[in-house]
Design a protein around this ligand. Structure first.
Ligand code: SF4
Length: 60
């Protein structure tokens, strides 16, 4: 199963992903951290990745 990964060099800390998937992403120091890689079942991680303005969210 693929899990979301945030490219910290690209992330601009907009908060979109953590708003859509608060159990998966959390903003810390203006960067999104993956706090629940196995929690995509609680939201739509693909949609959250699609809203990322800098395409920083990949699935590995
Ligand atoms: S949506 Fe993208 S730019 Fe915004 S906080 Fe999440 S990873 Fe960072």
């Amino acid at each position: 199963m693929s899990v979301p990964v945030v490219d910290m060099d690209l992330c601009i800390g907009c908060g979109s992903c953590s708003e859509m998937c608060p159990e998966v992403f959390e903003l810390r120091d203006d960067k999104a951290w993956v706090i629940g890689a196995d929690k995509c079942s609680t939201c739509d991680c693909e949609a959250a990745a699609d809203t990322c303005p800098v395409e920083a969210i990949k699935f590995e």
